[in-house]
Design a protein. Sequence first.
Length: 283
Amino acid sequence: MPFRQGSARRRQRTVLLVGSVVVLVALVLAVVLASVLTHRKQDVSSTMMKWKDGGTTKNLQEVILGRCYNYVTARYPELSKDKDCLKIWESLKHAFIYKNPCNITSEDYQPLMELVHHPIPCNKSLFWSKTYDLVHRFTKCNQNFLTLEDTLLGYIADGVSWCGDPSAPGINYESCPKRSECENNPMSVFWKTASKMFAELACGVVQVMLNGSFEPGAFRNNSIFGSIEVFNLNPDKVSEVHIWLMQDIGGPRSESCSGPSIANLKNILEGSNFKNTCEDNYR
């Protein structure tokens, strides 16, 4: 009888041992399989994130921090007390890092907007469309006007680019999507959100510099100014809009202040009760 009981116990131990080994092997296989699937998923993600535009600006953090410190210490030291450049960078980074670059929303940038917000003096806001070089040469030598790119937010972002990627390291330095690939990409959403805030801050008399040599029309409804900024001017704060229509020197004269697209702009302004004027080749 004792012999039979001992034999039974040994069989039970053997069964338990074999069962434990089977369970252990199954767990190991599950871990290996999960790892393989994860790597494959990351590889697919990396393969899919091949876009037509250039990638994130190299050393983006250093560029953003350097511009921010320069702006609040050298250009406008009165802002240095309440602007934390490191927090500004972290907020910008969290708006896009590890995110699908086609699913960015304006809400992603709201914390950044709150950190960089500063008042724009009345009568100084200068909007533009298709006149980038000219308008910024103008504000560089005339401190009476400010474009979006002359504010802290526009200054730190002008000419740089960024986008994220769901896989590590979370930032795509190789390529970013163009607007034609997906509209809700990090740069398009950023500039739309920034432009909306810039328009909302305008007060007094505001100016807009448009390109009279641009064949599709000086004012276009699908431009940032035509689709966002003009509709976010506050009639309770803005008294008048001055249109400066500039033609390229020696270039085509596609439109004047009496042209059809300017008439369209004037109708929009008058519909919001904005007084307006237009001047050809403002000097």
